[in-house]
Ligand binder design. Structure first.
Ligand SMILES: [Zn+2]
Ligand SMILES: [Zn+2]
Ligand SMILES: [Zn+2]
Length: 244
């Protein structure tokens, strides 16, 4: 046994698949997707969704801005806890800060809370942000993802790298509802991930004839391609914008 660290090639197929899912999730989060793992679903490994501007499709900022109306301090991020809940008596308009929930002047319990700046004591206003294109409307996009993970193929006898990956899919696995995508996580010899992103239709098109066969030959639904230039699968390399 060598003393080097455990490497990806030492992982069992099951653990390697889980690693592929993790790497794909991590990559998707960089593109602003929220990611969920459905439990016990044979074909869907990840459900992803995000909000985008209805007009320009840019990622939508869901966090409303919280700003002081006078001194413009931004409370949206770290300062939320500094906001003071000022009270106003709805009967006599008396205002105060602190815990009292009854007006000292008229003893009314009819009071309203006003979020107030701790520095200048003016009202903090909440504003739903607009997109930079000016639009105030957003839409939700939802996709289902099947993750496949492949390592470099090695010759079983010599242990020499074949400099290739394989993709395969059983024809019964092909969900074509237009919202389902495949992401292949390909791990190279330096343990770096590469991703192929494609729709079910694109997968079928690229597999071509080998998917349509009805023979029982082994490897029928499997295709091998170069790990150097990715062959005809190259057009899907890191094409995460296809999901939008
Ligand atoms: Zn926009
Ligand atoms: Zn202020
Ligand atoms: Zn009062």
């Amino acid at each position: 046994m060598s003393s080097k660290n455990k490497s990806i090639s030492d992982l069992s197929q099951k653990h390697f698949s889980r690693l592929g899912e993790f790497l794909v999730s991590f990559e998707l989060s960089k593109y602003g997707w929220n990611i969920y793992n459905p439990v016990y679903d044979e074909y869907i490994d990840l459900i992803i969704h995000k909000y985008v501007c209805k007009k320009c499709k840019k990622n939508w900022n869901q966090t409303p801005s919280l700003k002081c109306s006078k001194c413009s301090i931004d409370f949206s991020k770290s300062l939320k806890s500094k906001i003071i809940a000022k009270k106003v008596c709805l009967d006599c308009k008396n205002e105060w800060e602190g815990n009292r929930v009854q007006c000292v002047k008229c003893h009314s319990k009819d009071i309203r809370y006003i979020p107030t700046c701790h520095k200048c004591h003016s009202e903090v206003k909440m504003k739903i942000l607009l997109c930079s294109c000016g639009s105030s409307e957003f839409v939700t996009i939802l996709r289902t993802i099947q993750v496949k993970a492949s390592r470099i193929e090695y010759d079983k006898e010599t242990g020499i790298t074949k400099r290739s990956y394989a993709v395969d899919m059983k024809p019964k696995d092909l969900i074509s509802d237009g919202f389902h995508f495949y992401i292949w996580c390909l791990i190279d010899d330096k343990e770096q991930p590469h991703f192929l992103v494609m729709s079910v239709e694109e997968f079928k098109k690229t597999m071509g004839k080998s998917l349509k066969g009805t023979s029982f030959f082994k490897d029928q639904d499997r295709q091998h391609f170069s790990s150097v230039d990715f062959g005809k699968w190259k057009e899907y390399l890191n094409k995460f914008e296809k999901l939008e």
